[in-house]
Design a protein around this ligand. Sequence first.
Ligand SMILES: *Cc1c(COP(=O)(O)O)cnc(C)c1O
Length: 374
Amino acid sequence: MIPIFDSKRQYNQIGSEVEKAVCEVLRSGCYILGPNAKALENELAQYIGCKYTVGLNSGTDALHLALRALDIGAGDEVITVAFTFVATAEAIGIVGAKPVFCEIKSDTFEMDASSIEKLITPRTKAIIPVHLYGQPCDMDAIMDIAKRHNLHVIEDCAQAIGAKYKGKMVGTFGDFGCLSFYPTKNLGGMGDGGLIMTNDEKLRDRVIALRNHGGAVRYHHDEIGVNSRLDEIQAAILRIKLRHIDSWNEQRRAHAYRYNELFAGHPEIVTPVEADNTYCVYHQYTIKVPNRDEVFDMLHERGIGAMLYYPIPLHLQKVHNYLGMEKGSLPVTEHNTDVVMSLPMFPELTDEEQQQVASAVIECVEKASSKAAV
Ligand SMILES: *Cc1c(COP(=O)(O)O)cnc(C)c1O
């Protein structure tokens, strides 16, 4: 069995350090808003190259509180992609605004900036580009549209910590960048966690208040907030892992290029395309194959943990029925949903395992094609 992701192998590397740090937190008696959360915020701001960060309960809260801090709510529209994890659009719904879905580019899977402008209305307040699979979006084009139409930009960096566009970290282009520390993310905790990045002090202060019941001063509440604070145990674990993030991302990239080589000479298997001037961190290594569903089942029979990210685009999810978007309204998004498949990808993946995965994929694709031809 070769899993899509293996958190145990990472634990074997850093386990003793983590156990020591967690015990220190347990003994300290300080579990919320303590020294580890503060230190992680500072270390991440330095790593990303932004002025401020605020630790939160989840990536979903990071997106939701970024929207709240920008005063986006009922009656407003926010443009994003339908080819992403549901949380991106869910955050828009949580604040009472309406998600408006634009297209993606077929080769890079990222937001197609050329599909944005025709969706802008007087109610449009923001754009949420998603650096999906660890691939940066075309931030020059997106920021240019945002500036011309006076829109906010919130970058969903949940899958892309450390990714760069033209040498600059993702999350530093818009008003906000949002990270998730869900365990399988490139920088994952051992539980839930998230964080916002910003260069704007006022926005930072607003999120600090919102995450703690809507008040910056204890027992003084200015607005309805939430309870969303990154706990000390997660922060202590993430501080240890942050020291490895660059080397782990480098290992992911090396695996991606090795997969590309292993699939060279098999044109029916479309390997991921990197946009110019980007540094991709391969949260997922996602290929496109014919007869995808059949190939996927065959791989699972052979113990290869392939996954479909994501099997149903967000505009066709029941939760978004009210938008009235029919099948066929986002053809590139829908087509990609039908053909993509993500393969095992994590830093500790071995050459031998990659070889096994690639041979199995090539064999299954050939088998499914010859069956389909009969
Ligand atoms: C994981 C993820 C989120 C949500 O993060 P959580 O920490 O699970 O709430 C949002 N957007 C994308 C693209 C993600 O992959």
